[in-house]
Design a protein around this ligand. Structure first.
Ligand code: TMP
Ligand code: MG
Length: 212
């Protein structure tokens, strides 16, 4: 296990504030890795296609209201319901580029005042990313980019709080990329980081579990 054809895929997560460029960069990275011949898929949380995802989506578009802890647990459940498929894909050799993960879950809920440890608890035992890239942008700059779609949370004051909680979650293994660089420069940084990560997984790096 871990070499040549039996190699597993890498779990690569992009995090950052709304409008930091995650979604565009995920897609660019996926096409790049595909072009190099790696099996790769683009994933996104929340996955709005499931029934839990539907509840999340209607909450985000303000069509429904939910208690803060309830929506927190739904976001987490939405990752849990994809965990076995995620593990299967990774072990079968597919690299997953994931737009948001548990760090969004914790940073956004903690920004409402929920206890950080309480927020982390339901995430324990999900698969740990092999690489977390944080697209770093000041909240004011993100807001200037426009295109806040009017969903819940897409407000400067709230994003400032999220930003602070992301900073609490940062650990030394995160790779921080300046999201104010040009699209091309950000893309180039991501390519290098992702290639290194995919190689380390091919060379036997083990899958592990989050926050255990
Ligand atoms: P999206 O814009 O990437 O689809 O995410 C929708 C919003 O949901 C975004 O403002 C971040 C927030 N979010 C959480 O609050 N908790 C989570 O676990 C995730 C994945 C996203
Ligand atoms: Mg959004």
């Amino acid at each position: 296990n871990g070499h040549g054809n039996g190699a597993r895929g890498a779990l690569i997560v992009l995090e950052g504030l709304d409008r930091s460029g995650k979604s565009s960069q995920c897609l660019r990275l996926v096409s790049y890795l595909k072009g190099l011949g790696f099996p790769v898929e683009s994933w996104h949380f929340p996955d709005r296609t499931t029934s839990v995802g539907n509840m999340i989506s209607s909450y985000l578009s303000n069509e429904s209201n939910l208690d803060d802890r309830t929506i927190h647990l739904l976001f987490s459940a939405n990752r849990w319901e994809k965990r076995s498929l995620m593990e299967h894909k990774l072990r079968a050799g597919t690299t997953l580029i994931v737009d948001r993960y548990s760090y969004s879950g914790v940073a956004f809920s903690a920004a409402k005042g929920l206890d950080l440890e309480w927020c982390k608890a339901p995430e324990l035992g999900l698969l740990a990313p092999d690489l977390v890239v944080y697209l770093d942008i000041p909240p004011e700059k993100a807001a200037e980019r426009g295109g806040y779609g009017g969903e819940r949370y897409e407000q400067l004051e709230f994003q400032r709080k999220v930003d602070q909680h992301y900073r609490t979650l940062h650990d030394p293994t995160w790779k921080v990329v300046d999201a104010c660089l040009s699209m091309e420069d950000v893309e180039e940084h991501l390519r290098q980081l992702a290639k290194d990560c995919v190689s380390s997984c091919q060379n036997g790096k083990q899958l592990s579990q989050l926050w255990l």
